[in-house]
Design a protein around this ligand. Structure first.
Ligand code: SF4
Length: 236
């Protein structure tokens, strides 16, 4: 069965299928499903991160909803929580490593009032919202003439993006890295900065990158609530 990993908003394609008897006998703890890699999936070209590879195990762990210690249906638990919390000031907290399914459950429980945690960035120019919300197509990374990585090591953090960067390099793209973690062997130019002052210094480094910036340049930086807003502003 064709499916899409629910782990994050990359939406990697994969196949899910029931294990045969032999596989069940070998690996019954990891549930009744196994995955197969979907090489035709444009997003991930068959590759999956650790979460995706372990998806059958995720599904094997039954989500349990309880009210006063007794197991109930999810809808009943949400209804009961709504009744008990009604009229109270309640804050729901979640983090970026929640799965899409968990975020859907949370948004239903929180009645759709979701604050992204990016309020600290409200003074960023509105013209940048589009690329912050949507990002760019993978093909644009593959076609980039130059790529600047801002404190991002794709080998460690973004293996799917790494594949696109390697393809771009095959076509002559030059890669620069600036940040305070030593990256793996990917960049043609590396500037390591001090963790304590690196955001200030980063803003002063434009000349160092002049050969990389310009038409056809892609800048890759993290954007999530744990990233210092100054890093994002500098990248934008
Ligand atoms: S990157 Fe990982 S968690 Fe996200 S959709 Fe792909 S396999 Fe799932």
């Amino acid at each position: 069965m064709k499916s899409v990993c629910p782990g994050c908003n990359f939406g990697c394609g994969l196949y899910l299928q029931p294990k045969d008897e032999e596989m069940m006998a070998l690996d019954y703890r990891r549930g009744i499903l196994e995955i197969d890699f979907k090489k035709g999936s444009e997003v991930n070209e068959g590759k999956l991160c650790k979460f995706g590879v372990e998806l059958p195990e995720y599904y094997a762990n039954k989500a349990v909803s309880k009210v006063d210690g007794l197991e109930v249906e999810f809808e009943k638990a949400v209804e009961e929580a709504g009744k008990r919390l009604a009229g109270k000031d309640v804050v729901f907290l979640s983090f970026g490593d929640s799965t899409c399914e968990e975020l859907v459950a949370l948004s239903r429980l929180a009645d759709g009032k979701i604050e992204s945690g990016l309020g600290a960035l409200s003074d960023i120019d509105e013209s940048a919202y589009m690329c912050m919300a949507v990002g760019i197509p993978y093909e644009d990374i593959e076609k980039a003439k130059s790529i600047v990585l801002i404190n991002v090591d794709p080998y460690v953090q973004y293996p799917l993006i790494l594949r696109r960067i390697l393809k771009a390099k095959e076509s002559g793209c030059k890669v620069a890295y600036v940040g305070w973690r030593k990256p793996r062997n990917l960049a043609d130019k590396v500037i390591l900065l001090s963790p304590s002052t690196w955001i200030k210094t980063l803003a002063e480094l434009e000349n160092e990158f002049s050969e990389f910036l310009g038409e056809g340049c892609v800048v890759i930086s993290d954007l999530h609530p744990h990233v210092h807003p100054a890093q994002i502003k500098t990248a934008l």
